[in-house]
Ligand binder design. Structure first.
Ligand SMILES: Cc1cc2nc3c(=O)[nH]c(=O)nc-3n(C[C@H](O)[C@H](O)[C@H](O)COP(=O)(O)O)c2cc1C
Length: 359
């Protein structure tokens, strides 16, 4: 099997992504307490950039202190964060990849003891895993957070990001608004559960100017009363109407965590069918993810038009040269599916990988 499809560039607006492989957002807790870049983070992205994925999405980057998903995420809640990110994006660009930035507000999936702020959500319903009662956002709060997304987008663009990803997956704040599992509001943001997200997309597009925006969603949340493909097939076109240039299709929430980074026992390419379905409902490129473990398989996904880009995360964490070595037919250091990266992250620690001691 060849690699023709996966090595084909993709043009989105004015940017050319040199191949179809994405290193998706990967929280590490490697930043400083205040969300600044560290040597360790820089080293990780330098190694990944040498691997030659077409698109490297950094982050998740927290737009505000109350939206921090962990103790040491990257942050972009002040202009002071711009210069470190500038260096980071330039390292990625120098190696030929397109640098992207994922922006997050964690909503109810964080802890106030960690952020020093109350947690906020569409409705006062705790995440069943985090179990902390969030404050239901009023309109002023909604506007403030939407503006925080816009300001954050402007800052990462200033720092040199060539693509912005809005994190609407996994039950964080944007995903929480999209979902009947967490959004029980009776106002406009409850009647139209996409409204919070579409307004952010529109504001980013209007106020930040011409930069491609990827919207990451959980196409199926795999929780009772949560989003299913039935709804997300209707939501995705609305995001595109609001200005989304890419839809990135993931799955799950904290209440269905195994879907967020599935073990191999769930199957190779376990959620690719979701990307294929979403792709048939929109006219913009779609990213698939989850247990895509070889470039040959990625090539097949693209050539069969199940998605336009393929995100490969843990295999590139285990071997940052995964893409380059695979192109050259060299053996890679394989992800052994131990789950250590995710369990360290979820317990508030810095991630590590037994296969990659340099991480
Ligand atoms: C430790 C860890 C951190 C992650 N952090 C993020 C994140 O910040 N934002 C995000 O959208 N996805 C995040 N993900 C999910 C990955 O982007 C990806 O969707 C997931 O690992 C499945 O892809 P894979 O099978 O290629 O590893 C994370 C996954 C892991 C294991």
């Amino acid at each position: 099997m060849g690699l023709k499809s996966v090595l084909e560039p993709l043009i989105i607006n004015d940017i050319s992504i040199p191949n179809r492989i994405v290193f998706p957002a990967f929280q590490t807790n490697f930043a400083t307490r205040d969300g600044f870049i560290t040597e360790r983070l820089m080293r990780m992205y330098k190694m990944l950039a040498a691997g030659k994925s077409g698109l490297i999405i950094t982050g998740a980057i927290s737009i505000s202190d109350d939206g921090a998903p962990g103790p040491n995420p990257l942050r972009i809640n002040s202009d002071k964060h711009i210069s470190g990110l500038k260096e980071l994006f330039s390292v990625i660009r120098k190696n030929g990849s397109v640098p992207g930035a994922q922006l997050i507000h964690a909503g109810r999936q964080t802890l106030s003891v960690m952020t020093g702020h109350p947690s906020f959500a569409p409705s006062a319903i705790p995440c069943p895993i985090i179990k902390e009662m969030p404050i239901e956002l009023d309109i002023k709060g909604i506007n403030r957070i939407q503006d925080d997304f816009v300001t954050a987008a402007r800052r990462v663009k200033k720092a040199g990001a060539e693509l912005i990803e809005l994190h609407g997956a996994f039950g964080y704040l944007i995903g929480g608004f999209l979902s009947p599992f967490s959004n029980k509001r009776s106002d406009g943001y409850g009647k139209d559960k996409s409204l919070f997200f579409t307004e952010i997309i529109e504001k980013v597009k209007q106020k930040v100017g011409d930069i491609p925006v990827s919207c990451r969603i959980s196409a199926d949340e795999f929780v009772d009363g949560g989003l299913t493909l039935n709804e997300t097939r209707k939501i995705a076109p609305r995001l595109v109407d609001a200005g989304a240039d890419i839809i990135s299709v993931a799955a799950g929430t904290y209440a269905s965590m195994k879907h967020m980074a599935p073990p191999l026992s769930m199957g190779i390419g376990v959620h690719v069918y979701l990307a294929k379905e979403i792709r048939s409902s929109v006219d913009v490129p779609v990213i698939s993810v989850d247990n895509i473990r070889s470039l040959e398989y990625a090539d097949q996904i693209i050539s069969e038009k199940k998605s336009d880009l393929v995100a490969i995360c843990r295999p590139q964490v285990a071997d940052p040269l995964f893409v380059k070595k695979s192109i050259n037919g060299q053996p890679v250091v394989e992800c052994i599916d131990c789950g250590k990266c995710m369990s360290l992250l979820m317990s508030g620690n810095a991630v590590s990988c037994p296969q990659n001691p340099e991480l």
